[in-house]
Design a protein around this ligand. Sequence first.
Ligand code: PAF
Length: 281
Amino acid sequence: MVIFKNINDIKKYISLKKDEERSIGFIPTMGALHAGHISLIQKAKEDNTLSVCSIFVNPTQFNDKKDLEKYPVSTEADIELLLNAGCDVLFLPSVNEIYPDGDSNFKTYDFGYLDTILEGAQRPGHFKGVGQVVGRLLEIVEPDNLYIGQKDYQQCMVLKKLAPMMGLNDLNVIICPTAREADGLAMSSRNRRLTEPQRVVAAVIYQCLVSIQSKKQTAQFDVVKKECEDLLAAKGFVTEYVALADARDLTLLSNYKKDTPMVALIAARIGDIRLIDNMLV
Ligand code: PAF
């Protein structure tokens, strides 16, 4: 695996690989890698002749400074995991490399409705930061295929919108299934901050999603939603949202809708750790 910290160096390398007609699969990450990330690397390797991963904890997408300070960093272990997975290239830039004159000079994108609901509403400015950094990384890496995990469903929709906004009409945004622990907890870099007792109850989010999915023929969503909120509270979670939406555009739904692809989404906090998950319904 070749590691680059500098934009000019990685751009030169990628340009040479493009001359060799290599197809580039790109996996942007913020590090603290887990099996979910590795499944994205594997998929990128299957589909492409060059896999490029980036590790960059992007300050502009953290609306909460404390969340940024506590974001887990494990670069040595990440490199080891990437080597074992057979990743070809790692881009590991500093904040100054990505935002040399602060972040204000770099393009941001307006995701409209998607920025006003759920994660957009709970984390003002978050998607502006995600769009900014992914836009910047896409300009540097120029991939053919972009791999992201379904765990961040709304982010997937934002990035699907970003590609055409940037004029990257040939870029394929490939959404890969959420990797889960044996008890159903969605893999997330933030899970490593859970205490043992918190970890034991954390799968309740998954159980709620399964319950929302399994009751779609027989129940009213508001009743199931209340059951979920009560269950989350009983396990020590503070719920931010339990929502049902049209899976195609995230239009929020007040009840299950026949013949409509739906997605259930939950965000909840335990202690100072915020977890999100979703499931197609
Ligand atoms: O999902 C993440 O890890 C980040 O939001 C991303 C896409 C790498 C942008 O910083």
